[in-house]
Structures are given as structure tokens and as C-alpha cells.
Design a protein around this ligand. Structure first.
Ligand SMILES: [Zn+2]
Length: 838
């Protein structure tokens, strides 16, 4: 039997090796012509696996991780046999050229490294089909490309979204594609395949790396640091094809060479598209500004980063009639365009290889020796901001940006990057120092700036993401270099679990933990999951010379008797796990303020939280809440289906969250009165962003919109050609506002002495509540940075951001802002946690 198997295996391998190249084409391998159906993810992987099995000398497949739904994430490296035989030497020599890898490396012929990513938006499924075809052509076509290039192909960066779309499509499509736009196969169900498991848009997550797929991909990316990154997408089905040069605005930190190469790539692509009479456009829509895309993040990491967009996306299916364009767009065409664009781009890279390699090294040499911008050092205050500093340090680690502790006390003239004012300020030994002289200096500058220069406000995304705002921590720019003596290597105590503190008494009366950031939320969540009775101080107090503000967690031995001898071990163990410092105290008597047995110290209930998802709910807003509970703080969440929602479900729920979306059909008058009944019995309803529409001005709710703006004569006589520019005067493109918070209200706990910044993406213009609590609002001087149109700026003055209306024993929390924006807005997590748990 064994011999038979060996023999069969032998036959198989030699058989495949001798197989004619044709048989290795996607068509031959898959058994159908590319474009005649969508290929399942596992079959795409099978295809690349067989390429690497049959072309061992030129193809290497590497699994770099797993998706949330446990699908493999892979890249395939393709190059000439010569290059492949010294692949690791090529990689190391290349990294050494950036300064990211120290030490001696063997330098030989230097191929350029190209990284092509496909299908980060899962339902843009022509991309992965094109990846197979391009890989095949690279192996069968002109080999000079592979002599000059190392080509890395990520055939499917978002396998969960891709599978959601393709599995659905293949289920609903018949034998003959229904090209009518109204056919079922052109309307995929909520939330759509664009997103990953947690409904995150992975193409907004390159810099923040909140999602597992992004973390694993960027870690691998950093091992390769390609010269070029091309990201293949699809856009609206009615459009044509987009390739570089990109649209304005370009971020000012994009180098002249990166701009020039955009034009070169455009020229190479144009030839293919013109020759075939294919329609295309350049220089519009897809700009290079927000740093968390598949084109910009690689760009700030020295690469030539670019986006390609084919018309189709999750709507076009196998074929879609487009009466207005007089054609039918087919999957076959979409694949052909993407393959041509990939080929053209690789040809452009190969033809300019020497210059590409030289310019790339120059980018990093400049970063190390004369960094861009006026700051030579960035400083971060940590005293009173320990939790935020820890989160920031973790983030810098992910970017491979070096930092350290200042190690000494000194005073300096510096620019406050929050207010953009020059101040004289003193720094402490524990403050963070981030030197600008380092390989990732360009990325560092882009991330630290509060208001990046915007050459054109018609941009695709938010316009400010300064880390000071994101993490809610004071950051400063220093025009002097801080010398090595003051700079210490990264202090790994930041961001890694601390040793559990030894209890000061053998059996402390209580443990106290400050309430400062998301690590404290994770700690609370873990305590509640372990069924520990946790209390909170609703007023400040002083103990052992330390001041404890409202919100402090008080974990008393009393009430936790069930744990017996294990109590101390559980509490200190969980604190260590979450890097939370505990103060064990031997008494309930405080030196100032409320005693620990006071009625101002109340129990934090292990609340049952529910979140409805479904049609008309923003998938990404829903996903941010889901991810927050599931992954960020590890707390159980009941996910409901909005489309069969019954108010009776609320009997088992303490907190109901309505994420951004339209709830008009759900919240009929009858359901609304059932909802109000549930609140009055003690339920808590958290209503976010556009979900507020269902409540504003409605009977029984105090929420009100401001009256509409008066239209002036100038508005009425505006020229037609200016219509886009005119409309952005009324918009806020992620402009940053400082929210005035009532830190005596439980929702504001933990924010005393700190600021909460909101990234404002729509003009909420809500009146202050005349009854209830205006916990967070924008005063008339709240604007801090980013783009906000003139009209929007006016309307956002004196606007409610967070309001609380009490109804019976329960309450409704109005939240115009999304404090969990894209999962990376660290500064908002505690605020949202307060809304849920307090
Ligand atoms: Zn896309």
C-alpha cells in the first residue's frame, strides 16, 4: 500500500513537471475560463500553490497569517531563478539600504521590489481573478521583467469579505448572468463583501492597524519595504478605469520623485488602454492625502504607492448592462483591464529600476540625516497621561518608529502640536522623546502633524489625524536635535504587562485603580467577566497622599467573599495582565473626600449589551462597536438583527446601542413607545451619529436640531461649475474640535485634566438640551485643526455632542460623534466605555 502511494506521488510530480505550460493557466487549472465565474478563495490559493509547486525555482508561496474567520493570508513571490536563489540576500541588502536593518550584507545586482495587493475590499472581486492571470503571464511571458524585479503578489488581502461576496454571488447567479441592473445578483445583502469580518474597511486601516489582517500584512510589508506598492480596487459600476497620476491633494510630504513616477506609470498604462480603446481617467477622485490607504501609507514608507480602480465592484457581477454607456460590463473585461494595468506598471518599474532603487535609498538617507519639516525631535508628555502614553507607544512599535524616555529634566521652546503655538515648557525624565532622525521619519512627521498642509480641500477622506488628537495626549515639536545622551533606547516597560504589585498588607481592605484609558476598560471588562464585584467612586478622594478622581475603580474585599483565598491573586493577576497599577489599601477611611464605604461608591453592574445590525445601519460604525466589545475590551455583546428586531428582546438587555444609520423603519411610533417603556424601567439607550435623526424633534425626546440656515443672495447666484467647491463650504472633513466635557458626569469620568477631541465628519448642528445633561459640547472656540468649511464652522459653534436625557429609571444618551471612529480613535474609547458601564 505504502509503495503504491509513493509511486502514485512520483507519477503525479513528474507528470506535473512535464505538463505543458498551457495546463498551468488559470483556465486549465480551475476548469473554466477566467471571468466566467467568481473563484472561491480556497481555489485561488490552490492556484498559487500549484504555481509554486511546479515552478519552485521562480515562485515561492508564504502564508503570513490568518483572517479573523481563519482563512490563510498569503503572498506569492515571483522572480527569476537567479534572484530567487539569493532572495534572502536581496531582501537584507535592500533593508540595509534603508537603515532599517543594521550590519553587513552582501550586495549584488539589485532588482526592484514590487508588491501588488488585490481585493482588500472583498467584493471588488475582479481583482483576485486578475492576480491569478497576471502571475501566470509573468511566468510564461517575457522573462526580462523577472530578471529586474522581485514581484510580490497578495492575491486577496481580505479573504473573509471576498468569500462573503463570492459565496453569495455564486449562490444567487443562474446559468446565464442576469445583466439587468435590477437582477438580484446586483444587490448584495448587508453588510456587503467590502469589509472584513468586523465590517472594517481595511483600506482605511493601513496606518492604524486595528485589524488583525492589517497587523499581519504590515508586519510582513516591513520585512520587505517594497519600492512600489500597487493596490487593485474596483469602483462604481457606471465608471471606467482609473490609474495614476493621482488626484490632488497630494500630501506635501510626497517627494518630487514619487510624483514623477506617478506620471511615468500613467504613461505606461495609457498605452495599453489607448491601444485597446478602453476608457480611463487619471488625476481625479483618488488623492494622496489621508495616510492610512494602500497608496499613501506605502508612500510615506518610501515606496511609490498607487491605487488602480476598475468599474464594477460588488455590483457588476458577471455582467451588467449599462444603457447610459451603451455597453455591458463583464467580469472578463474587468480582469483584462487589471491585468494590463499590472503588467504596464511592472514594465514601468523595470525600465526605471536603477533610478527607483537609488531614489528609495535616498528617501531613507534623508530621513536619517536631514528629516523633512522643521522639527528635529518630537516630545510627548506622559505625567497624568500614562494610559494614553502606553497606547501611543504600542502604536509607534507597530510603525517601527523608535522612541525613548527623555531621561532628564529640561526646559525648551517648543511648538504645542495641539494648538500650534510656541511655548516654553519643561519636560520630565519620563516624557517620551521621538527623534526625527530615523528611517521612518517621513511617516512620523505625517502622523504627528495636527493640520497637514491641504493644497486642495476636495479630498476623499479626513484631513487631520494628529496623534495628539487621536491619543488625547500633549505632543510637542522641538526644532533642536536632542542629543544621544538624553536619548535612551525604547523603554519596553511601556506597553507591556507589568509585574503584579505585591500587596502592601497581606489582606488589603481594597484595591484602587485609576480610570484613565482603554487599558482600564479592558481591566474592568476582565474583572466583570470573572464575576468580581467592582465599585466606582462617584466623587474624588485622597488616600496615602494620592488624589483619586471620580471614576476610580474600588475593588473591596467586602462583597467578594466568594473568591476566598484566591481574591488577591485574581485582582493583582488581572491588573498585571492589563498593565494597570493598583494601590492596595488597608482601610476604608480616606484622608480627604468620600470614604470607601460611602453611598457615593457604587457597584458597576455587569450589563448585558446589545447592538442591532442590518440594512441601513452603517457597516463600519456597527463594526467599530462590535470590534470594541469582541476584540478591544473582550466583553460579551449580543448582536441583534435589525430586520427582525422585536422590543421583547429588550427584556434580556440592559444597554442597547444604535450605531450610525437610519432607523426610521425600525422605530415606528408603536416601537418607540415600547422602547421608552423599556428605558423607564432602567434600560439605557445609546444613540450615535445619524441614528439621532429618529429622535430629534420627536415627542418625548429633548433632542432638537438647530433651525435651518438662511440662504444668502451669494448662495443663490453661485456658478454651476463651482458646485463641488460650494458644497464643501458646508462640510467638515474630519476637522478636529475640542469637546468641552462635564467631567463630573459619569460619561466624562477620567477626562479631568485631559482633552477629548472629536473628528467631525458631518455637521450635526444640535441644540443644547434644555432638559437633561449637556455632557459634551462644542463651544464657540472649539475648532483645532483639519479642514472645516466656513459655513460648517459657524454651524458647529455651540453644538451638542453628548447629551443625556433621563427617563424614569433609565436614560438615553445622545452621541453625535462616534468616539470609536474606525477603531483607532483611542481618545474616545474611555468615553464610550463610560456610556456603557456607568
Ligand atoms: Zn476598493
Amino acid at each position: 500500500m505504502k509503495i503504491f502511494f509513493l509511486f502514485a506521488a512520483f507519477l503525479l510530480t513528474t507528470g506535473v513537471n512535464r505538463a505543458h505550460a498551457q495546463e498551468l493557466s488559470p483556465a486549465a487549472f480551475l476548469g473554466y475560463e477566467p471571468g466566467s465565474r467568481f473563484t472561491y478563495h480556497h481555489r485561488i490559493l490552490d492556484y498559487f500553490r500549484q504555481l509554486s509547486d511546479t515552478h519552485r525555482d521562480r515562485v515561492k508561496l508564504m502564508e503570513y497569517g490568518r483572517s479573523y474567520e481563519d482563512r490563510p493570508l498569503v503572498i506569492t513571490v515571483i522572480s527569476s531563478a537567479g534572484n530567487m536563489s539569493r532572495l534572502e540576500d536581496i531582501r537584507k541588502a535592500h533593508l540595509a539600504g534603508t537603515g532599517l536593518l543594521q550590519g553587513e550584507t552582501r550586495r549584488g545586482e539589485r532588482p526592484a521590489i514590487a508588491w501588488l495587493s488585490y481585493n482588500i475590499h472583498g467584493d471588488e472581486a475582479a481583482s483576485s481573478e486578475a492576480a491569478m492571470q497576471l502571475a501566470y503571464e509573468l511566468l510564461e511571458g517575457d522573462q526580462s521583467l523577472l530578471e529586474n524585479l522581485v514581484v510580490i503578489i497578495d492575491p486577496c488581502s481580505n479573504p473573509d469579505g471576498h468569500s462573503r461576496y463570492v459565496n453569495w454571488y455564486n449562490q444567487v447567479a443562474g446559468k446565464h448572468p442576469g445583466s439587468l441592473p435590477s437582477a438580484r445578483e446586483h444587490a448584495q445583502p448587508w453588510p456587503g463583501g467590502r469589509y472584513n469580518h468586523y465590517a472594517f474597511d481595511l483600506n482605511r486601516d493601513w496606518a492604524w492597524q486595528v485589524q488583525k489582517e492589517s497587523q499581519q500584512r504590515t508586519a510582513l510589508y516591513s520585512r520587505w519595504m517594497p519600492h512600489l506598492h500597487a493596490d487593485f480596487h474596483e469602483m462604481g459600476a457606471g465608471s471606467t478605469y482609473y490609474f495614476p497620476p493621482a488626484a490632488r491633494p497630494f500630501h506635501e510630504d510626497i517627494t518630487p520623485w514619487q510624483r514623477e513616477f506617478n506620471d511615468i506609470v500613467g504613461e505606461y498604462n495609457r498605452k495599453y488602454f489607448d491601444r485597446n480603446n478602453w476608457l480611463y481617467f487619471t488625476k481625479t477622485s483618488y488623492d494622496l492625502f489621508y495616510p492610512s490607504y494602500g497608496d499613501t501609507w506605502p508612500t510615506f514608507n518610501g515606496a511609490i504607492g498607487m491605487t488602480f480602480e476598475q468599474a464594477g465592484g460588488g455590483r457588476a457581477g458577471l455582467a451588467l448592462a449599462r444603457p447610459e454607456a451603451g455597453d455591458t460590463i463583464t467580469l472578463k473585461d474587468r480582469i483584462a483591464h487589471h491585468v494590463a494595468a499590472g503588467r504596464a506598471t511592472l514594465q514601468a518599474l523595470a525600465a526605471h529600476k536603477e533610478k527607483v532603487v537609488l531614489e528609495f535609498e535616498l528617501f531613507f538617507k534623508k530621513a536619517r540625516q536631514e528629516p523633512a519639516g522643521k522639527y528635529r525631535t518630537y516630545l510627548v508628555k506622559t505625567k497624568g497621561f500614562e494610559a494614553a502614553a502606553e497606547a501611543l507607544a504600542r502604536f509607534l512599535d507597530k510603525q517601527q518608529i523608535s522612541y525613548g524616555r527623555s531621561g532628564e529634566r529640561f526646559a525648551a521652546q517648543a511648538t504645542d502640536l495641539i494648538s500650534d503655538k510656541t511655548v516654553k515648557i519643561s519636560f520630565d525624565p519620563e516624557d517620551l522623546v521621538i527623534p526625527a532622525f530615523q528611517p521612518r521619519s517621513r511617516l512620523l512627521k505625517v502622523l504627528m502633524e495636527s493640520s497637514p498642509l491641504l493644497e486642495d480641500s476636495l479630498t476623499y477622506d479626513i484631513t487631520s489625524w494628529g496623534l495628539g488628537y487621536v491619543f488625547g495626549i500633549p505632543v510637542f515639536g522641538l526644532e533642536q536635535k536632542r542629543e544621544g545622551s538624553a536619548y535612551q533606547p525604547a523603554d519596553k516597560a511601556i506597553g507591556s504587562p507589568v509585574e503584579a504589585a505585591a500587596p502592601s498588607a497581606s489582606k488589603p481592605y481594597a484595591y484602587l485603580a485609576r480610570w484613565e484609558g482603554s487599558r482600564d476598560l479592558r481591566f474592568l471588562s476582565d474583572l466583570l467577566n470573572h464575576k468580581v464585584l467592582v465599585r466606582t467612586a462617584n466623587s474624588g478622594f485622597e488616600m496615602e497622599g494620592e488624589n483619586f478622581p471620580p471614576g476610580t475603580l474600588v475593588i473591596l474585599r467586602a462583597g467578594n467573599g466568594g473568591f476566598g483565598e484566591r481574591f488577591d491573586k485574581i485582582i493583582t493577576g488581572l491588573a498585571g495582565k492589563h498593565a494597570v497599577s493598583l494601590l492596595p489599601v488597608a482601610t476604608g477611611l480616606v484622608s480627604k473626600g468620600i470614604d470607601l464605604g460611602s453611598d457615593q461608591v457604587t457597584v458597576l453592574k455587569p450589563v448585558k449589551v446589545a447592538l442591532p445590525g442590518g440594512a441601513a445601519v452603517s457597516p463600519t460604525a456597527f463594526g467599530a462597536v462590535w470590534h470594541f466589545f469582541d476584540q478591544e475590551i473582550g466583553y460579551p455583546l449580543i448582536v441583534l438583527n435589525k430586520d427582525n428586531f422585536e422590543p421583547s428582546y429588550l427584556d434580556q438587555v440592559d444597554v442597547l446601542v444604535l450605531a450610525d444609520g437610519n432607523y426610521a423603519s425600525l422605530l415606528t411610533d408603536e416601537r418607540m413607545s415600547q422602547l421608552t417603556g423599556w428605558i423607564s424601567k432602567g434600560g439605557k439607550l445609546i444613540v450615535m451619529e445619524r441614528a439621532l435623526e429618529a429622535f430629534a424633534g420627536r415627542k418625548g425626546f429633548f433632542l432638537k436640531r438647530k433651525p435651518g440656515e438662511k440662504r444668502e443672495t451669494a448662495d443663490l447666484l453661485k456658478p454651476y461649475a463651482d458646485k463641488s467647491r460650494e458644497s464643501i463650504r458646508s462640510e467638515s472633513l474630519g476637522g478636529i474640535f475640542e469637546v468641552t466635557l462635564d467631567t463630573t458626569h459619569p460619561i466624562g469620568y477620567g477626562y479631568a485634566g485631559r482633552s477629548y477631541y472629536s473628528s467631525v465628519r458631518s455637521v450635526y448642528d444640535l441644540e443644547y438640551l434644555t432638559e437633561g445633561w449637556n455632557v459634551g459640547y462644542l463651544n464657540s472656540n472649539a475648532y483645532r485643526g483639519g479642514f472645516v468649511g466656513e459655513k460648517a464652522k459657524t454651524r458647529l459653534k455651540n453644538t451638542l455632542i453628548i447629551g443625556v436625557q433621563e427617563i424614569g429609571k433609565g436614560k438615553i444618551i445622545y452621541m453625535a460623534d462616534n468616539p470609536l471612529f474606525r477603531g483607532f480613535w483611542e481618545n474616545g474609547k474611555l468615553l464610550f466605555g463610560n456610556a456603557v458601564f456607568r
